[in-house]
Design a protein around this ligand. Structure first.
Ligand SMILES: [Cu+2]
Length: 259
């Protein structure tokens, strides 16, 4: 009687132990991340208008909070770069060589609206406002040729969902078409006739898509958990539970993407 019960226990333990072998595969998921309502995205920013600019963007959607980081280079130094998440187009970037209505065929911001949509979130620095209507608050945007930007922004639930669904496109503006070292020229901006078009023409663009792997922001905490799980039997059960929860999260995430 007693031995068979022990055998049952051993069998259960073996079953519980099984997921542990698969645990390292989940190491990329940060231990503190809530798999149910967070969504990690990345974008590679490519030049538009032959600006020579490039960069990367990373975003994490958690409820109606969007944490976003940008790394840029090759932009005009000493001039403000309006930057936004655009939503509502085909969720893509125009081609670098796409002809527009601006200076010598330059692509103006509205020329790319079919591709990337309209301004949805203004990526200003603190304490700048982040709504679409603040898209040209030039005093609150980075003004270097290369910069790192990071901010957590509260958005509407609709915008959060759209970004999480991969409908967001990051656009950085400001191109020195004539190489004068400043925003000038006779062509007026299609967004604000008070500004030269150079101040608002798109310089770089990247589509925010679901991240294939964790960026440094969340990845570091994940390393310690697996070894701890092997040393403490209690943690094995926790690990198995976490695997189960993770699985549910994955199913939910997949369902969301197919919808
Ligand atoms: Cu924009």
């Amino acid at each position: 009687m007693r031995t068979s019960r022990i055998a049952t226990l051993a069998a259960s333990a073996a079953l519980v132990g099984l997921p542990l072998a698969a645990a390292p595969a989940s190491a990329g998921i940060p231990a503190n991340a809530d798999a149910h309502d967070s969504n990690e995205l990345t974008a590679e920013l490519m030049q538009l208008n032959d600006s020579g600019a490039s960069g990367t963007a990373w975003a994490m959607v958690d409820g109606n909070q969007v944490e976003i980081s940008l790394e840029t280079e090759g932009l005009l130094d000493g001039a403000p770069h309006a930057q936004h998440i655009h939503i509502g187009g085909q969720n893509v970037c125009p081609a670098n060589d796409q002809e527009g209505s601006g200076f010598e065929g330059a692509l103006q911001t509205s020329d790319g609206a079919d591709e990337y949509g309209a301004i949805a979130v203004s990526l200003t620095k603190e304490p700048g406002m982040t709504g679409a209507e603040h898209g040209l608050d030039v005093d609150n945007f980075p003004a270097e040729g290369s910069y790192s930007y990071s901010r957590t922004i509260e958005v509407s639930e609709e915008v959060a969902q759209q970004i999480a669904d991969g409908d967001g496109v990051v656009v950085v503006h400001g191109v020195d078409h004539d190489g004068s070292g400043t925003y000038d020229g006779d062509t007026k901006s299609d967004l604000d006739p008070e500004l030269p078009s150079e101040a608002t023409d798109p310089a770089a663009c990247g589509e925010l898509n679901a991240a294939q792997m964790s960026m440094p922001h969340g990845g570091t905490e994940a390393g310690g958990t697996d070894t701890a799980g092997i040393e403490y039997p209690g943690a094995v059960v926790l690990g198995a539970l976490a695997m189960g929860l993770g699985g549910i999260g994955l199913v939910a995430a997949r369902r969301r993407t197919t919808n």
